[in-house]
Design a protein around this ligand. Structure first.
Ligand SMILES: C[S@@+](CC[C@H](N)C(=O)[O-])C[C@H]1O[C@@H](n2cnc3c(N)ncnc32)[C@H](O)[C@@H]1O
Length: 188
């Protein structure tokens, strides 16, 4: 397939494809409808492990159904739990942590990610990354809370020590002010 610079999510998937290998342990911090969880299950293979979190039971059910249909449920551990509590469940260094911020597509738009909990979760994720591990975050500044969250996230990531983390910000410059953006952090 031709290489296309297409969207924040496309870039996120591209980074994950390069950073995650069979047998790895990874985290999906925002399970939603399970598209990213399934993608991660494919990347880690039979010997790998995917921890996935969401605050909505509906998201967990949708993801469980998707993984079961794909025959990959045994690779995953699904938690109806806020990602700010991921360190209670994930006790080993991980190759990647993925956040797709915002609300559940097709679900209740009032249940969106909020910076207060996202900040705690990003902090936990940075500590869980193994050397060379990546944190990939898609942010949606096209609505008020998303814009606030993206700005605060940018401030936090820009302040990370360069001796410990490389931090990248992908933004499609001609796509308008509300277009999704992708942040990627690699632990040295
Ligand atoms: C854009 S959706 C994720 C889409 C998902 N990655 C997919 O592939 O379908 C964002 C999700 O974050 C969830 N969320 C909101 N606050 C959360 C929190 N504190 N911890 C974990 N998930 C949260 C929402 O319930 C929603 O399902």
């Amino acid at each position: 397939m031709a290489y296309e610079l297409r969207s924040a999510r496309y870039l996120a998937a591209d980074i994950l494809r390069r950073a995650v290998a069979p047998g790895d342990t990874v985290v999906d911090a925002t399970m939603g409808n399970g598209h990213d969880t399934l993608f991660l299950c494919e990347l880690v293979g039979e010997g790998g492990r995917v921890y996935a979190f969401d605050v909505q039971e509906q998201a967990v059910e949708n993801t469980r159904k998707r993984l079961t249909e794909a025959g990959m449920m045994e690779r995953a551990a699904l938690f109806c739990l806020g990602h700010e509590r991921m360190a209670e469940q994930v006790k080993e260094p991980v190759a990647a942590v993925v956040f797709n911020l915002g609300w559940l597509p097709g679900g209740d738009h009032s249940v969106t990610t909020h910076w207060e909990t996202t900040r705690q979760a990003v902090d936990s994720a940075l500590k869980l990354l193994r050397p060379q591990g990546v944190l990939v975050i898609c942010a949606y500044p096209g609505h008020a809370e998303g814009d606030r969250e993206r700005q605060a996230l940018m401030d936090m990531l820009a302040g990370l020590p360069p001796q410990e983390y490389n931090v990248l910000w992908h933004k499609f410059l001609n796509a308008g002010p509300g277009a999704p953006e992708c942040f990627a952090v690699q632990r040295q």
